[in-house]
Design a binder for this molecule. Structure first.
Ligand SMILES: CC(C)(COP(=O)(O)OP(=O)(O)OC[C@H]1O[C@@H](n2cnc3c(N)ncnc32)[C@H](O)[C@@H]1OP(=O)(O)O)[C@@H](O)C(=O)NCCC(=O)NCCS
Length: 179
């Protein structure tokens, strides 16, 4: 922490708090569903309940960006039972449900989460990471392209209108091990 003179003559207190990536906890299900905002809260909680059951079975893992004990971002990475069209013959980990709280965007939090998911995938023997994006979400598609993801498959069904992008697991992992 440091204290400086602020532009308006007052005191500016700077607090340097790290953001760490860790495994999601069942006890924070409500807060994780709230990261998406108020709309569709009940259906998000239903989905999260299923995701946590699958986490207990080792099918997928929730990763949380933790700021001072509070989840400010999340993603889920499915490691088993992946749709063969998404696998497309490769050892793929499937990343989905990525969201960062608006106040913490454009700081590299999403990139840290995706790199941590990639490290987890590599540790489980996966060679590629795939991510599904709603077709209208052009900003997210541009972002993933910037991180080296390439479009390889598209689907239009009950899950929505999705574009799938993939890349090889990242070489340098930000988090070698996610607790
Ligand atoms: C998409 C989303 C997850 C990105 O989260 P994020 O934490 O802001 O992402 P990052 O900070 O890692 O990268 C985003 C941008 O910040 C920039 N950035 C990264 N670190 C930065 C830094 N230190 N300073 C300034 N900009 C930085 C990146 O270059 C990127 O820039 P761009 O938007 O101009 O291309 C977030 O916007 C979000 O939650 N959106 C709503 C939900 C959503 O669309 N999810 C995706 C579903 S597939």
């Amino acid at each position: 922490m440091s204290v400086e003179r602020a532009a308006d003559g007052g005191q500016l207190i700077r607090i340097d708090v790290p953001v760490t990536v860790r495994t999601a906890r069942v006890s924070e299900m409500r807060r994780l569903s709230e990261l998406w905002g108020p709309a569709g809260k009940a259906s998000r909680q239903r989905l999260l309940r299923r995701y946590f059951r699958e986490q207990a079975d080792g099918v997928q893992r929730g990763l949380v960006a933790d700021f001072n004990g509070n989840p400010i971002g999340q993603l889920w990475v499915r490691l088993r039972h992946i749709d063969p069209s998404i696998e497309a013959g490769l050892r793929v980990a499937y990343v989905h449900t990525l969201v960062v709280m608006p106040e913490f965007r454009r700081l590299g939090v999403a990139e840290g989460l995706v790199r941590s998911a990639s490290a987890l995938a590599a540790a489980r023997g996966c060679t590629h990471v795939s991510i599904g994006v709603d077709r209208p979400n052009e900003a997210a598609r541009r972002l993933y392209a910037k991180w080296g993801f390439e479009r390889y498959y598209e689907s239009f069904d009950l899950r929505g209108d999705l574009v799938f992008m993939r890349r090889e697991v990242f070489e340098a992992a930000v988090a070698a091990e996610v607790r």
